[in-house]
Ligand binder design. Sequence first.
Ligand code: NZQ
Ligand code: ZN
Length: 387
Amino acid sequence: MNNFEIYNPTRVFFGKDETERVGKECASYGKKVLLTFGGGSIKKTGLYDRVINLLRVENMEVFELSGIQPNPRLSSVRKGVDICKKEGIDIILAVGGGSVLDASKIIATGARYNGDPWDFFTKKANPKPGLPLGTILTLAATGSEMNHNAVITNEETEEKWAVVDPAIFPTFSILDPVNTFSVPRDQTINGICDILAHLFEQYFHNTPESPIQDRMNEAIMTTVIEYTPRVLSKGDDYDARAVIMWAGTLALNHLLESGVDDDWSTHNIQHELSALYDIPHGAGLAIIFPQWMKYVLDIIPHKFAHFGERVWDLSRDGKTDRELGMSAIEQTKAWFQKIGAPVSLKEVNIGPERLEEMAEKAVCRGPLGSVKPLYKEDVLNILQMCL
Ligand code: NZQ
Ligand code: ZN
């Protein structure tokens, strides 16, 4: 196991009716709140009205930034920063999925920075602790509710880049599984693919003697696989939604990555797909992951064999690690297909035209990953395998 430092200041309120506390929590940080949200799902479900009432009961002055898109754009972030600076906002309340939360994290730090928020992505400036940020999560997927990552698309340059910095943790997050009942089937599937992908990124590594991280990871993977059919057959199954929601948070709150060399090359390749083609993050991951697994199988065959035995319950039957590992990869791809996720670029209408451009952009800041450092040729090979 490697040395590590772990720090997570986000206060989590989990469970049914925890939404009720949002007014009081926000009011403890000041009077002026900027409510950020997406394309309107919270208006349809009634969550918007409920939140507004809870804030008004506490006599808060509410400002709004709506229309934050999936794969959130830099232009939304800039708008949010302008409102915060102009109105003297005390706290931001983000209500939505990972896109709304990520945009709000950069708005919060950008509000206390005298420059353009894209500077945090190009490393021209480091984010500093910004305005307090509360969140109400409405979609289980990214883990953004309890982590220090944010991914934003610069629509002018077609770049989708991440900021990873302890300065951008949410201050508090409300995780009420009832708020995810309305997530449509396709977004539920995308979210589950993303959760599993986060687990894979931290499970397939080269670090020896990390059984605690690996066993915790396997426990979350098997639980997600077990509860997925339940959540897909009945979207308002409270317990199933609760399990998936907590799995999403635990899958990416820095616990599992502590002490191991996590990889993240699949995510970096996926971000290029979303930057050019605006496809859902989870769908891109379901396409790329099985191919990345095949590409690195020979480097850590024992790890893929464990994955087969412990997660997919495959029996060894005299197979080598490599053979068992390959069966586990096929099983993973078949499972994505079974739940309705795409497993090829063709299924999301992406052809070979821009693969080279994506490969080039993916490695523009150096090779990807840790299991096997991926250079442009490797990324291109993997993308071609996805066709
Ligand atoms: O915009 P609205 O109308 O709210 O609709 C959203 C959106 O269309 C809808 N939705 C969300 N909650 C709903 C709902 N519809 C009905 N009922 C509800 N309760 O779902 C759609 C997708 O929302 P989005 O926020 O984009 O999804 P997700 O949570 O998967 O976030 C994806 C973004 O997060 C980034 C991705 O790259 C992508 O940009 N990621 C962030 C990470 C992080 N911060 O750690 C890590 C991830 O790996 C990922 O990169
Ligand atoms: Zn992800």
